[in-house]
Ligand binder design. Structure first.
Ligand code: NDP
Length: 388
């Protein structure tokens, strides 16, 4: 029986992971499940799956969680220290699916166990790629990508020689506003941005898809995970979201990963790797689909892509500053303090200011330095937001 822990169990990725585990209960012992505010879901799943411990990141929810788990064998815990303790709880396979920079510390702690970390939390590699990959190398842990694009690249590279890779193409749906006139974007609301044409995901990542901040994070993630030079990483808009990524090789061949837009594929691949097992995902009928479309990703419509290039060029702790500023700007957009297009303006100003400061590029990367840059970028972003 494999021992599994799921960070962010109450979210979109977490729930899809639990769906796969629940279909094959005899193969897994659930060690820990963690969530945030949704303790009702957390308690329900922890009881149903026989988890050893359920942790809410939100200390204010501890009493509610404890009450719901009373009389069951599931232990309740709360707060950041408890989250980190859950990462130390023995597990063979850990899903990192907390949203945002908050996912970094538990993921790093889990890597210390030397097991397998299925990485959905893209912010871990964006903010601290060298630290995350270095920790895995030191402890012998395996990191498996769960983002659909990175899982696609990973699968296209099986058995291939990395030196023969000429380019990696990450596809993008183009998000909610791909067909809107650019001038109309200034008036786009959070509700409109949170409606994805193809994928059913959490609110924050769906808005990030509309702005392509999500794709920007993925480009940086590609660089960090596969060690591919930024100039070899491309983005194209593919409205059907059926090809998740392509890898181009020196002989001109391209390997494309094609599949239905269902995160249970990438999650299931990481769960069963290196084997392939039957998964409850739609089988595509290409004759019914008929046509696949592709168009260039335009940096005027999607300025986040230009910012990603800038961050990759700077390197070091620039990713931590970028992600923190993006998270703060996204909060402000959701709260209607700034408009849709102003998110990129805020992030751009923060990156410019912080890049000109000494130390961002060459500073030592530790959890402390990453968190320091994260805090500084959020403060700067708040200042920029106040000026709007
Ligand atoms: P959701 O918003 O649906 O879920 C986020 C999870 O994190 C929830 O369990 C939430 O708890 C928990 N959480 C929120 N804030 C904190 C915090 N400060 N500390 C600890 N836990 C917290 O996100 P998704 O599932 O959509 O995404 C999760 C990660 O996976 C993100 O990094 C995203 O970019 C990435 N990803 C997601 C994809 C998708 O299809 N959804 C695809 C590829 C990558 P609660 O809800 O109980 O408050």
């Amino acid at each position: 029986m494999r021992r599994v822990t799921i960070f962010g169990a109450t979210g979109s990725i977490g729930q899809s992971t639990l769906d796969l585990i629940a279909r094959d209960r005899e193969s897994y012992q659930v060690a820990a499940l963690t969530g945030g505010r949704n303790v009702v879901q957390l308690a329900k799943d922890a009881i149903a799956l026989g988890a050893e411990v359920a942790v809410t990141a939100d200390e204010a929810q501890y009493k509610a969680l404890k009450t719901m788990l009373a009389g069951t064998p599931v232990r309740a815990a709360a707060g950041r220290a408890a989250l980190l303790e859950a990462a130390e709880w023995p597990a063979d396979w850990t899903m990192s699916a907390i949203v945002g920079a908050a996912g970094l510390a538990p993921g790093l702690k889990a890597l210390e166990q030397g097991g397998t970390l299925a990485l959905a939390n893209k912010e871990s590699l964006v903010t601290a790629g060298a630290l995350v990959m270095g920790t895995a190398q030191r402890t012998g842990a395996t990191i498996l990508p769960v983002d659909s694009e990175h899982s696609a690249v990973f699968q296209a590279l099986v058995g291939e020689d990395m030196t023969a890779v000429e380019r990696v193409i990450i596809t993008a749906s183009g998000g909610a506003f791909r067909d809107w006139p650019i001038e109309a974007l200034t008036d786009a609301t959070p509700e409109q941005a949170a409606t994805h044409p193809n994928w059913d995901m959490g609110q924050r990542i769906t808005i990030d898809s509309a702005s392509m901040f999500n794709k920007a994070l993925e480009l940086i993630e590609t660089r960090e995970f596969f060690g591919i030079a930024p100039e070899k990483i491309e983005t194209i808009v593919h409205p059907e979201s059926l090809i998740h990524a392509l890898v181009g090789f020196e002989d001109g061949a391209m390997m494309a990963h094609v599949g239905a837009p269902d995160m249970r594929h990438a999650i299931g691949y990481a769960l069963h790797w290196p084997e392939r097992r039957k998964l409850p995902v739609e089988r595509l009928d290409l004759t019914r689909i008929g046509t696949l479309n592709f168009r260039p990703a335009d940096t005027e419509r999607y300025p986040a892509l230009g910012l990603a290039a800038q961050v990759m060029e700077t390197g070091g702790l620039a990713g931590a500053a970028f992600n923190a500023a993006k998270e703060r700007a996204l909060d402000a957009f959701i709260a209607r303090d700034i408009g849709f297009t102003q998110m990129a303006e805020v992030v751009g100003r923060v990156i410019d200011k912080m890049s000109s400061r000494e130390g961002l590029q060459n500073a030592e990367m530790t959890l402390d330095t990453v968190e320091d840059v994260d805090r500084a970028a959020r403060i700067l972003a708040a200042e920029e937001i106040n000026k709007i």
